[in-house]
Design a binder for this molecule. Sequence first.
Ligand code: PHE
Length: 332
Amino acid sequence: MKLAQIQATLESDLADVQAEEGLALVRARYLGKDGLITNLRKNVDFSTMTIEEKRDFGSTFNTMRDAAEAAVKAAATRIAASGRNESLKFDFTLPASDRRLGAIHPIVRTQIEIEDIFRSMGFTVYTGDEAVSEFENFDALNIPGDHPARDMQDTYWLENGMVLRTHTSSMQNRAMRQLGAPLRAIFPGRCFRNEALDITHENTFYQLEGMMVGTDVSVANLIAVMRDFLSAVFRTEIEVRLRPGFFPFVEPGFELDFRTTLGGVRRWVELMPCGMIHPAVLHAGGVDPARYSGFAFGLGLTRLAMLKHGVPDVRLFNKADLRVCQQFQATL
Ligand code: PHE
């Protein structure tokens, strides 16, 4: 390539470059070790040249190389300046172009509301772990390996023998061990079961467990706490009733229903399994059943959020369907 040609292609290459990376490539192409300009000198046979010829070549070459270096530098300055101009074009005082805010998920909203209510009644909030030991999820709750209740809570086992908790009751044992008696605590969180999915069954759902252990805790305390709690959630006086229910970790065990008007019809709605903590469960938690008694309840947070917001299908909660999520933005 002739000198004039090299100069011309360098100029047009530099004019095309828009970013620093591109500039480095152009520089290497002309001025690098194997560059077009660098090679001009390598390819000259100085042995056949007179002193004057060598001097001429040297000064022409140096002038050209210096000019090329200067042109690359100028291009670098131009690129840096255009970057700055780009950012100067952005007016930080303008309102965001997309002003839709995120929203708190309806289940989490329900959870936060309930936590506040229980805190006001002297309960502490713990979350616990989602992967727990088989003992915490089953055996400590009076559900040994051959108990049929295990079938109802079929779940996911990890390779290390841990289990994805099937209910927040898995926190009961740890709470008693760590906090001792007396105690008042709630444990909201995610639970997992191997379910055939339908409009009321999800493999991932939220519960909120509560327990109160003390020297004179009775069913009357259970009813009072539940009634106060539900009246606060629904912001109106709520009637509750207990029916017998069976869970290996409570004795006696109940299903708690509350009366409400849904779809224009006033009726009882089954809401919460609960009961007096079984002596074997207290014992496993290091609490003396001769001195202490307590109640426990397991609230279906997901179910309550469905009831509160009239959500017809539980699967909508985990789907991240914007049409669902956006309906809750306004209520942020
Ligand atoms: N853990 C039980 C379930 O998930 C519910 C429950 C909690 C029952 C506390 C009684 C007391 O089905």
